[in-house]
Each structure stands twice: as C-alpha cells, then as structure tokens.
Design a protein around this ligand. Structure first.
Ligand code: NAP
Length: 321
C-alpha cells in the first residue's frame, strides 16, 4: 500500500492486486505499538488507513483470489494475469506478497490468533509483560525469540516435539543459561484453550514419549516452526537466498529488470511494517524512474533496444536513474 501510494502520487496509473481485504499480516496482529506516530493502533485499523491513503492518490484496488502468472513480454512489458483471467499490462511490477508463518494446524490456533497466539515476538512481546508465555519450535527462530520474550514475560515455556534442538549451539546456550525459560521436550500442542472474550488461557499438551496429556496455563503462544516467503508464481525466476527470499539491489529491483520486490518477501535482516514500508517507498520511486527511462527508450527506438538498454542499465547498478 505504501508502494501504491508513492506510484499513485507520481501520477502513474496504479493497480493493486489484493487477495481479500488489504493488510496482509497486519490483519493477524491485534495491536501495534512500534509504528512511528501511532503509539497504539489496531492492526486492521492501520490497514484501513494505509488503503485509504493509497486510494487518495488514485491507486485502484482489484480484488483477486490469486495471480496466476507474471510474464515479461518481448516488448519489455509485464503481463500479470489473475485467476479471473484479467491481464494487467505494465512496464513495471512491484511484488509485495509478504510471507506466511507456517501454522501448527491445531484447534484454537486461528481462533486465538491476535488474542494470545502470535507469530512475531518483536511485534507482540511487549503485550505479555509479567505474563506467562509458551513458544513452539526447536529451530533458531524459536530459541532466539524465546530468549527475547524473557525481557517481558515472567516465564517462557519452550515446547519442542523432540529431545534435541536443531538451533545453533550459541542460541541453545542462551536458552539453557536463561533461568526464566523452561524447556518442555518431546511434546506437541494439541489445542489452544481460552475464552473468546478474554483471550487465550492455556494449552493442551501431549508428551509423545510418556503419552501423558496435560493442561499448561499460559497467556500467550508464539509459534516459530518456519516461515515461507509468498513467492508464488514468480518462484524460481529470480535470484534468491537459501531460504527463498528474493535478492534485490539497493533500488529493490530483482534480477529481472522492471520487477521490484518490497517487504517480507525480500532477503533482509528484519521484517517489520516500518521496514516493509521503507522498502516500498524505494521500490516505487525506483519503478517511477525505471518507467520514465523505459518510455523514453520506447519513443526513441525499437522494442529490442528498450530491453537491452534496461538490462544493461541494471547490470551497471541502478544506472537507469
Ligand atoms: P526451522 O529451522 O525449519 O525449524 C523449525 C522448527 O520447528 C524445528 O525445530 C521443527 O522441529 C519444528 N517444527 C516444524 N513443524 C512443526 C510442527 N508441526 N509442530 C511442532 N514443531 C514443528 O525454522 P526457523 O527456526 O524458523 O528457521 C528458519 C531458517 O532461518 C533457518 O535456516 C534458521 O537457521 C534461520 N534463522 C536464523 C536465525 C539466526 O541465525 N539468528 C534466526 C532465525 C532463523 P524438528 O526439529 O523436529 O524438525
């Protein structure tokens, strides 16, 4: 929505292809307290403000259940096709499809998402001051975030389905050295319990070795069992890191000239609303410059020349500006 705001503001005709209500992971977040200028705001409220702001600059939103293909044609234009068989033709595409935390898939998980269940400790840890939380997972993310959560929570249970972490040794050491963390081995979460009005109250656990089942009282559950970038139809067509996140240059352009990437989909240190918004600002301004140059070249020469010039400019590192 930041990208749409900036391209709209640059007087470019902007089509936003969105699955359902705009907002993505914001809609899974109850409150945010780390967006500059908004000391505390509901996730959906911020999403509404973002969409309204983008529309104010002329962005047109098209609801779709999916994009079926993004194809770069011989004349340098992209054809983006949706499952409604609509084709959007544009010199540039900005992909901001984000990522999706892998879900546990247990009863109560979705019901209490944003009301106790979270997939982002940096976003939500501060809401669990002086409370008891549980973390699920045994990788780097679970260990790192369990340690982080102890800055706020009085007690953190780290629940892992085996008796050995796959996390790096240093992160495991932080876990074992932290008196606020108790590891619950060989155990899976079977359901999330709570009150629909008051939120999550605890977890039903199953020890896979002893076969014992018990209730664990906890105010929050942080799930870190992996995260997938939503590369969708463009997967495999660009340079990416080992985890599948798209590599870009400083102007947010992928290895495909004219295809820009912003937000959680991009290989980077952190995945926050503010950084996604920052990426998108850069991507939109870079896309505007790319399109100006593209149009100029199109007026001057053949389609082949347009393509060659843009590809050459990409290789020389942002020369299209
Ligand atoms: P991960 O390494 O794939 O670990 C996922 C963990 O979740 C595993 O311990 C796995 O158990 C467990 N798990 C998977 N499905 C489960 C289920 N349905 N129920 C219960 N447990 C389940 O994922 P990650 O920790 O998100 O890390 C992803 C990548 O990011 C890794 O390459 C990691 O090194 C990197 N990363 C690095 C850092 C860092 O270096 N500071 C921080 C975060 C992430 P099993 O072990 O039994 O398979």
């Amino acid at each position: 929505m930041t990208a749409a705001l900036y391209t709209g503001r640059a007087m470019l005709r902007t089509a936003v292809l969105e699955r359902g209500f705009p907002g993505g992971e914001l809609l899974n977040t109850e409150y945010l307290d780390d967006v500059i200028g908004f000391p505390k705001i509901l996730g959906y409220e911020l999403a509404e403000k973002f969409a309204a702001h983008a529309k104010q600059f002329g962005a047109e939103f098209f609801e779709t259940t999916g994009v079926t293909s993004v194809t770069k044609m011989d004349d340098g234009y992209f054809h983006t096709e949706t499952d409604k068989a609509e084709i959007f033709r544009s010199p540039a595409v900005i992909v901001t499809a984000g990522g999706t935390p892998i879900k546990l898939g247990v009863p109560g998980e979705l019901e209490y998402a944003g009301k106790g269940v979270s997939y982002c400790a940096i976003c939500d840890a501060a809401f669990f001051k002086q409370q008891i939380v549980a973390v699920v997972g045994g990788g780097d993310a679970a260990c790192e975030e369990a340690d982080f959560l102890t800055r706020y929570a009085t007690k953190v249970y780290l629940i892992h389905r085996r008796h050995e972490f796959r996390a790096s040794t240093i992160l495991q050491k932080h876990i074992f050295d932290n008196p606020k963390i108790e590891v619950i081995w060989d155990t899976i979460v079977e359901r999330v319990d709570g009150d629909p009005q008051e939120g999550m109250k605890g977890l039903r656990l199953h020890n896979l070795v002893t076969n014992e089942r018990k209730f664990l009282a906890a105010n929050g559950l942080f799930i870190f069992i992996g995260f997938r970038p939503n590369t969708g139809v463009i997967a495999g067509h660009f340079d990416h890191d080992v985890m599948g996140y798209v590599l870009t240059d400083a102007a947010m352009m992928s290895s495909i000239p004219g295809l820009f990437i912003a937000g959680d989909l991009r290989a980077q240190l952190t995945r926050q609303v503010t950084t996604a918004s920052g990426d998108a600002t850069t991507a939109a301004i870079a896309a505007d410059k790319y399109i100006s140059r593209f149009k100029e070249m199109e007026r001057e020469g053949s389609n082949e020349a347009v393509r060659e010039a843009l590809e050459a400019s990409h290789i020389s590192g942002g020369g299209y500006t």
